[in-house]
Design a protein around this ligand. Structure first.
Ligand code: DQA
Length: 141
């Protein structure tokens, strides 16, 4: 069975309470449950969330010596700023899919630069809670 690491960056632990008009009312735990239900045992997932850039870099580095088939990452606001996360992603030899719940190109200009996405094989933006499931599904079929 294929194994996926799913990393969520800052403020995604506040989903459900955070700007529901933008991000919806599901919590991150709800999205994790939804994703695993949709996968129905066809893939295994490990979920990691941190508000700290260095912890995200550390988790990506650790994944380099683990046997995941792909990484799905929502870097949150770090997507727009983090050279360090970009560089850590470049170390990985597995597909990296960057997801954003919201459609970032419809939002503020500062969200239009996706720095980390330059190290990703694919990006998805605006598909809400479906993002993680669809990213994983794309690697299964
Ligand atoms: C986000 C979009 C980012 O611009 C924002 O900073 C987030 C969430 C999204 O999932 O739509 O924290 O990554």
């Amino acid at each position: 069975m294929k194994k996926f690491l799913i990393i969520n960056g800052p403020n995604l632990n506040m989903l459900g309470q955070r700007e529901p008009e933008v991000y919806g009312t599901n919590t991150l735990e709800d999205i994790e449950r939804f994703t695993n239900e949709k996968l129905a045992g066809s893939a295994s997932t490990e979920w990691f969330q941190s508000n700290v850039e260095g912890e995200i870099v550390g988790r990506i580095q650790k994944a380099h010596s683990e046997n995941y088939d792909a990484l799905v990452i929502n870097p949150g606001g770090y997507a727009h700023t983090s050279v360090a996360i970009h560089d850590a992603l470049k170390i990985l030899k597995i597909p990296v899919i960057e997801v954003h719940l919201s459609q970032v190109y419809k939002r503020e200009e500062f969200r239009h630069t996706l720095l980390t996405a330059k190290a990703a094989s694919a990006i998805m933006s605006g598909l809400g809670k479906h993002s993680y499931y669809l990213a994983i599904y794309s690697q299964l079929h």
